[in-house]
Ligand binder design. Structure first.
Ligand SMILES: Cc1cc2nc3c(=O)[nH]c(=O)nc-3n(C[C@H](O)[C@H](O)[C@H](O)COP(=O)(O)OP(=O)(O)OC[C@H]3O[C@@H](n4cnc5c(N)ncnc54)[C@H](O)[C@@H]3O)c2cc1C
Length: 410
């Protein structure tokens, strides 16, 4: 049994805490906000094992510049932030080349493929209401949009993702809340969702505490390497404490702790928004209107529409005019969309190639990195927790660790 500290109680840190505690370690998880309050709170709740495409793509920077100048596009650059973001953006553009896309897909396939069954194990009995294997429906407003998505379909097919093509009439029969006028649709039966991401994270953290983990609501100010020895120290408002292993899962804030140790990861916030809307008749599954680049998920408190990727750093206040884009898109797709019940902005902690970093930190064998899950952290969390557990046990598990090593950025 080892004494392990996990920094961050988002979906990544909470899942790692739960898995390591269950394996018999003594785990303490630190977060000033408590479980599931940051990116893991307001996301789209999609748990899509076949979500392997990554955020970049061919010509992505040209598109981003065009959309940013015109306003209203799905990916926006905030000009004053560009000098800071430039090195990350160069790598992001490289990840959009064909070999980059294949590498991303191979890694995410490993991490995501059994997400729903892994969650079922992580949650245990009595939590079934937090997970739905609902399927997902991709809808296309034109045959052109369908053709444009051909590379995405080919990538999923190559990785064994089950998909059924539907006519517009079949899609409307499956989801009567959709407006007529679709060209066609694609049903992905093995995809799923949580109807309440924040509650899912809290449940995982509560179960870990029930199993004996310690949850401390405080901020870690500094990592303190132990001179010439094993372990890693932490400095918080409660003083200093030394652990056998420290796991950094602090989302977009991770580099504040890692930079002083020379272990920073190329991370950028891909800021995203949600609007939770009233809808009298909910769809039975998440709907992904491909051309609009939004996701609409039936949640406990309404239809949650998520989207927009903004490269603007973490200090700029939210640009809530983005909500109009989300509600406008929802009104084009669904009948009878009502008022917004909540609006929100969060920071997707993104690496340039959309593949998280999950490995021991170079030069610090007792420090483990588990961060950079970008657009798919809800999906990648159980796989991440299993990989961290394998790394600490020195086991070769189901996931090949080399995909997630920081070495690819060095
Ligand atoms: C609009 C939007 C929609 C999304 N939709 C989906 C989706 O449908 N499906 C999907 O799979 N993913 C989705 N994502 C991505 C997903 O939400 C993230 O990848 C995931 O939540 C990241 O989890 P995390 O635990 O790494 O980070 P976070 O949830 O941000 O948690 C990090 C935690 O670390 C804590 N912390 C930071 N610094 C310290 C410190 N010094 N000491 C202690 N604690 C610290 C913070 O308080 C925070 O609680 C979406 C994201 C957004 C923004």
């Amino acid at each position: 049994m080892a004494r392990i500290a996990v920094i961050g109680a988002g979906i990544i840190g909470s899942s790692i805490t739960a898995v390591l505690q269950r394996e018999g370690h003594a785990v303490t998880c630190f977060d000033p906000r408590g479980p599931g309050q940051a990116a893991s709170f307001g996301n789209g709740g999609s748990i899509a094992p076949g979500s392997i495409a990554g955020t970049s793509g061919p010509g992505i920077l040209g598109d981003a510049i065009r959309w940013s100048l015109a306003g209203g596009g799905p990916l926006r650059l905030h000009w004053p932030h560009l000098p800071v973001a430039a090195p990350w953006l160069r790598r992001f553009a490289r990840a959009g080349r064909p070999d980059g896309l294949q590498g991303t897909a191979a890694a995410l396939h490993q991490l995501h493929r059994s997400a729903l069954t892994d969650y079922a194990q992580l949650l245990g009995p009595g939590r079934a209401d937090l997970l739905r294997t609902s399927g997902q429906l991709y809808v296309y407003d034109s045959d052109k949009a369908y053709e444009k998505d051909a590379p995405g379909r080919a990538l999923r097919r190559d990785h064994g993702v089950r998909m059924t093509e539907l006519t517009a009439d079949e899609a409307l029969e499956m989801e009567p809340s959709l407006r007529p006028g679709l060209a066609r649709a694609l049903h992905l039966p093995d995809f799923g969702q949580t109807p309440n991401p924040g509650a899912l994270v809290r449940a995982i953290a509560e179960d870990a505490v029930r199993d004996g983990a310690r949850l401390v609501t405080t901020c870690i100010h500094k990592l303190l390497p132990v001179p010439g020895g094993r372990g890693m120290g932490l400095l918080s408002d409660h003083g200093e404490e030394v652990f056998d292993t420290v796991v950094v899962a602090a989302g977009i804030w991770s580099n504040r702790l890692l930079k002083p140790l020379g272990a920073a990861v190329p991370l950028e916030s891909l800021r995203g928004y949600h609007a939770t809307l009233e809808l009298p008749r909910m769809p039975g599954q998440p709907i992904y209107p491909i051309a609009e680049k939004i996701m609409a998920t039936p949640m406990e408190d309404g239809l949650r529409v998520v989207g927009v990727v903004e490269v603007a750093g973490i200090r700029k206040p939210p640009e809530f005019s983005n909500i109009d884009r989300l509600t406008g898109a929802a009104r084009r797709i669904f009948r009878d969309v009502g008022e917004a019940r909540s609006v929100w902005m969060g920071h997707r902690p993104a690496t340039p190639d959309s593949v998280p970093v999950i490995c021991r930190a170079p030069g610090h064998p007792d420090l483990v990195l588990a961060l950079g899950h970008g657009q798919t952290g809800m999906c990648g969390a159980p796989g991440t927790a299993n990989l961290v557990s394998d790394l600490l046990a020195g086991r070769q598990g189901r996931i090949e660790p080399h995909h997630f090593d920081i070495a690819r950025f060095r």
